[in-house]
Design a binder for this molecule. Sequence first.
Ligand code: AMP
Ligand code: MG
Length: 488
Amino acid sequence: MDFAFDNSFHDGMEGFYAPAEAAKPSAPKLLAFNHVLAERLGLDADGADVEELTRLLSGQVLPAGAAPLALAYAGHQFGHFSPQLGDGRALLLGEIVAPDGARFDVQLKGSGPTAFSRNGDGRAAIGPVLREFLVSEAMAALGVPTTRALAAVATGDRVQRERAHPGAVLTRIASSHIRVGTFQFFAAHYGAEHVVQLSDYSIKRHFPDLAGADNPHLALLDRVIGLQCDLIARWLGVGFIHGVMNTDNVAISGETIDYGPCAFMDRFSVNTVFSSIDANGRYAYGRQPQIMHWNMARFAEALLPAIHRVSPADVDTAKELVDLLPVRFRASWLGQVREKLGLDGEEQDDDGELIDTLFDELEAHHVDFTSFFRALAMLLRGDGTMLETLLPAPDAMAPWIALWWERIAKGGMGPLEHAVEMDRVNPLYIPRNHLVEEALAAAEGGDLSPWLELLAVVRAPYEARPGLERFAMPGAVDAAPYKTFCGT
Ligand code: AMP
Ligand code: MG
């Protein structure tokens, strides 16, 4: 398969990375290949044989034109600054340009140690690799900006974690891997000149429309804040909890990146945390907007030397942009929820209050978050049975439902049309934790079929299909609290 690499970062950003080499896997075996994504990228995978794909996507053979490198970055991890992180278990093979002109990084994750591995082994275990593949595909199907998975290959080697696991390599596709932490690294160690260079490169690559702004670096801050507000609003809208919103895991493209201990919430609770390393709930479901705000303040700090260089007065404007972020976020989030609730037409004065009350009610009754919005659409169709099964008592939310119904009636559509519109944005199938665990346990034991089935289900999240009822159900109420672990 010919990638036709065009490596702008390698060629134009010397000093921002270290050359890297993939470790050779002993017996690579292709586990999954994303043909739909390959087509979107303009890769001719159908013409390639499986053995060739396996060699290229496991690091065994370097594809023609690749210039492998590990990116340097820093980052605030759980609020503490680590000046030196970088790609410790990933290497960038190069960049490709899709038929529509969009540029993407092709990265191997889990392909062995790099200059930035510190004490790590640079490897990945099969469970986290298949988890990232599945969850990122689900997010893409849900319309959430995200990095994607092109392939997963088992290496044939063992990876030692709390015990030994089969090793694997994920091929990750991202519109770039530039993170807030990348800016922090160069601001901390090198200063203004490097920050300007990185900002200029980012603008050229991601936001060429900003190049002519009075202060392009300020415009970059403004744009990235806007994208983060939209992204985190979308996460909340599907019940997604990232789990490690460290600044090295915040891509400036606005894509979700680094699927480690992430998971979806079943029954609504704003304090939900799944990650075993997040003991204080810093990255709990409902804290994600505040953390995003904090991360954007760190981004602004890293950009300040560049912003100041163009115009010292713009430093105050940057501060204002950060201060005003919560207002922008609330607008993004209300927009999300209005759509989920079918609140069409002009925004009404009390839409915000209706939405705030809803979340109090969902919390009070621990309602299954995903099913709830589908149940509302069923109610519009005259069928209240689904809603009843979600509530502790049939009329538990009656006053709120009455208010919502009144609001719906003010819109321009009839109830049935509303129901259709709502089902277009409210998923029925998400990667529920118990299903993901089941699928990964089977895959680790050598049976990929449950994982493949779940992948097919979550790739079409909106359309109800007979026979898939169990995929739409939350896990057992009395199940042990779900825990997720870091470490692709
Ligand atoms: P993450 O928690 O995935 O965002 O990773 C944080 C940092 O730890 C990054 O610099 C990673 O490259 C590095 N890292 C995580 N796991 C490993 C590993 N197994 N080997 C080397 N570096 C790692
Ligand atoms: Mg990371």
